[in-house]
Each structure stands twice: as structure tokens, then as C-alpha cells.
Design a protein. Structure first.
Length: 75
């Protein structure tokens, strides 16, 4: 019988834009990258359990230092 851990990959690849967004969020929270990733996953499961609709958003801009270097205004 297969163990539950066997069904999940040990390493997961993230798209660069997600990696950057998680890093920026970790900086804002003052937490490590991994703690922030766990927090995001926990929030996702809370939303699902509460029956709230989860939308898939293609690309949501975030305010980062790189955006400011391009001349974007922070809102």
C-alpha cells in the first residue's frame, strides 16, 4: 500500500513570478520564504474549507522595489 507521502513530490517547481511574489511577501511579513509559503498554503485551505470561491488570477501586479525602479507609483 502506498504511503501518502509517496503521492506528493518532494521538490516542487514554482514559476519565477510566483517565486518573486512569495519572496516579496516574506520580506513584508518579516518571515522566511518557507514560513511564508506555508502561510499561503494554510490560507488556501482555510478558504476552501470555508467554502469561499477561489479564483485563478493569471497575473496580479505587486508593489516591489523592481516596480519602483521602472517608475511605477506605489499605491
Amino acid at each position: 500500500m502506498a504511503d501518502k507521502q509517496d503521492l506528493a513530490p518532494e521538490k516542487v517547481r514554482l514559476k519565477d513570478n510566483y517565486r518573486e511574489r512569495i519572496f516579496a511577501e516574506s520580506q513584508q511579513l518579516g518571515k522566511s520564504y518557507l514560513e511564508t509559503l506555508y502561510f499561503i498554503v494554510d490560507c488556501y485551505f482555510v478558504f476552501i474549507k470555508a467554502g469561499l470561491p477561489v479564483q485563478q488570477i493569471a497575473s496580479t501586479p505587486i508593489n516591489t522595489e523592481s516596480n519602483n525602479l521602472r517608475g511605477d507609483k506605489m499605491v
